[in-house]
Ligand binder design. Sequence first.
Ligand code: SF4
Length: 332
Amino acid sequence: MAQPLLEVRDLKKYFPIRRGVFQRTVGHVRAVDGISFTVAQGETLGVVGESGCGKSTMGRTILRLLEPTAGEATFDGADLFKMSKSQMRAMRRQLQMVFQDPYASLNPRFTVMETLSAPLKIHGLYPSPKERERRVHEMLERVGLSPEHARRYPHEFSGGQRQRIGIARALMVEPRLIVLDEPVAALDVSVQSQVLNLLKDLQNEYGYSYIFVAHDLSVVRYISHRILVLYLGQMMEWAETDDLFAHPLHPYTQALLSAVPVPDPDQKRERIILQGDLPSPANPPKGCPFHTRCPVAMPVCSEQRPTWSEVRPGHFVACHLHGGPSTEGGAS
Ligand code: SF4
């Protein structure tokens, strides 16, 4: 892998739990609890896990749409978490986000022209109205829409078209890294593949880096170079996509993969059904966070948190079956 464009170290995002008339803090929801990874120029990092595993919070915290509790995030050498609000506003030109629900993320009272021109005005790009209009038309064509669509409002489009507008809005300012938060989850399967192919084409053409957050592993497999598996805000496994699918090591990854449909019935995996509910991130289990649902848990698993071990080049896992125990504090 090339030099990292983004490097995240030990990222934490805790939300306070407040109770009583004085709203005293009585605990914390540990939505993101010590996550470290890198993303290279032109790379797609897929981030997967069940809903509530902290993957969306992680993306928002890196972009400082939420303030981090602890950790570091370095983008092209710049420390994102030490930036002032105005420095961060300028930096957002290079760091954009696409949201899951394209309808909710577009202002229904704005035409497409107004929506797509807004980031250009904010960042002082294409100052003349004529230039802005040309840029909007160009971008609409690039995402598979037509310049005539610029005069319309969000309700006049299908879900897939609205997501194309959401992608166009992110690309207007020529970013380098885009966080895509479940970008195809609200779309029909046939439309999903069109949007995924569009994202791949744009990456090949412009070299964008993506953090692609999703719960659907088959979607993540299609678009990602590497995949990071999260559970209760913590890292379970991280590997190149083909390696993860061929040799999943963590029992949680194995359970997620067992639910992915395979085209060849001879290669069908036995489905692993996880017992029990996802524990609360306000009170995560001691030791390995997955031990309450792990089909192969051992006595040590409820006592000691596993180390984050590189079991072969570029393939990391946090599991006592694949590395030595450590004290609480865990993955690094
Ligand atoms: Fe299962 Fe133990 Fe590995 Fe956790 S550390 S995944 S409980 S075997």
